[in-house]
Design a binder for this molecule. Structure first.
Ligand code: NAD
Ligand code: WQD
Length: 334
């Protein structure tokens, strides 16, 4: 199939391009590079020894998106493009609402004009809010603690209503838990700009000596060791989940949690990182980070049953591959 991947130069998008190309699909990437580099496109091509078509465009630009659909017979869209920094979304709500919801509408409209029926959307576990764990797809969503989370809930609703009005539209809403790690080659991975907000990239930078020590946000949560519990998923498992979902997409809206189903605490992750990689990660315990919840992990039975997909890689592979990627980056970078 010809798959349009928006945000394909980004972290999850680039890994998914690898899996799509290896499965024999043609890939067209649209990315404005606001949080990524064009060289990632070349790296994906080198890993797979296959070519992609790259459009350096903003997917909120209706005319630019129209040109892609006019140039190619698109069979499906995987929409990764979006802004994702939670704290920044609180400071710049309009930028987040505009970018993340208008892009979804522009792409869905282009699909309608061109009879493209398959649409896969990058949603997030954040839409569950502070529900009871494990999070199940049938749960009522709770308001997100920040504008970023709301953009995901709104985009989900836009796509649900679009599918209601068009019986052939086939939508998959993939709710990712906490993607970490990198391609096994160490060639592509997560490269946040500035000081990382997320745990794993922070840990890799402390291990590398770029940052002095990890700040553990709270050790008084009602969890086994008091630190926050999350469902970390290897980015290659996540990428494979997209292709599984694309293969089985049928008309209507299908919601899937993509996680491992296993909760890991901050201190468990740090310990695994130190043991597997033989490096030290100094840390200090701080107060809780505003907006954080104690626990987040998925009920993954629906994806297992309907997509015949299951995360294969565990915490050891996650910390090993995250460190392999960080280790080969120049020390001065970032
Ligand atoms: P990322 O920032 O690495 O990738 C997003 C890509 O989209 C970047 O390459 C960026 O340049 C591009 N982009 C952003 N706005 C654009 C626009 N208007 N037009 C064209 N390109 C644009 O982020 P990621 O971690 O790969 O996340 C991919 C998607 O998955 C995002 O929608 C994100 O919200 C969602 N998600 C991520 C996580 C996570 O923890 N990484 C968790 C849940 C959901
Ligand atoms: C994980 C755990 C922190 C950093 C965020 C978004 C979510 C999704 C994934 C996009 C928590 C603790 C973290 C640090 C720490 N993104 N922590 N020290 O908050 O689960 O989810 O990323 O959709 O929407 O909210 O991920 O990696 O920031 O935190 O102790 O320096 O690590 O408190 O318990 P989170 P995270």
């Amino acid at each position: 199939m010809n798959i349009l991947v928006t945000g394909g130069a980004g972290y999850i998008g680039s890994h998914t391009c690898v899996v799509l190309l290896e499965a024999g699909h043609e890939v067209i990437v649209a990315d404005n590079l606001c949080n990524s580099k064009a060289e990632t496109i070349d790296k994906v091509e080198q890993i797979t020894n296959k070519k992609m078509v790259f459009y350096p465009i903003d997917v909120t630009d209706e005319e630019a998106v129209e040109r892609i659909f006019a140039d190619h017979k698109i069979d499906g869209v995987i929409h990764f493009a979006g802004l994702k920094a939670v704290a920044e979304s609180v400071e710049k709500p309009l930028e987040y609402y505009y970018n993340n919801t208008v892009s979804t509408m522009v792409l869905a409209k282009a699909c309608q004009r061109h009879g493209v029926e398959k649409f896969i959307f990058s949603s997030s576990a954040t839409v569950y809010g502070e529900n009871e764990v494990p999070f199940v797809e049938t749960m009522d969503l709770l308001p997100a603690a920040n504008p970023y989370g709301e953009t995901k809930a709104i985009s989900e609703r836009i796509l649900m209503d679009t599918a209601k009005a068009n019986s052939k539209f086939s939508v998959s809403l993939l709710r990712y838990f906490n993607p970490v790690g990198a391609h096994e080659s160490g060639f592509i991975g997560e490269e946040p700009t500035g000081i990382p907000n997320n745990l794993m990239p922070y840990v890799t930078q402390v291990a590398k000596g770029k940052l002095e020590k990890l700040q553990v946000f709270g050790n008084d949560y009602p969890t086994p060791d008091g630190t926050g519990v999350r469902d970390y998923i290897h980015v290659m498992d996540l990428a494979e989940g997209h292709v599984a979902s694309l293969d089985r997409l049928t008309p209507g809206v299908h919601i899937y949690n993509l996680g491992t189903g296993q909760g890991i605490s901050v201190l468990q992750l740090v310990k695994a990182f130190e043991e597997v990689n033989g490096v030290r990660v100094p840390y200090e315990i701080m107060g809780r980070r505003p907006g954080d919840i104690a626990e987040s992990y998925a009920d993954v039975s629906k994806a297992e049953k309907e997509l015949n997909w299951k995360a294969k890689r565990g915490i050891k592979e996650m910390v090993r591959d995250a460190w392999r990627f960080e280790s080969q980056l120049p020390a001065a970078q970032k």
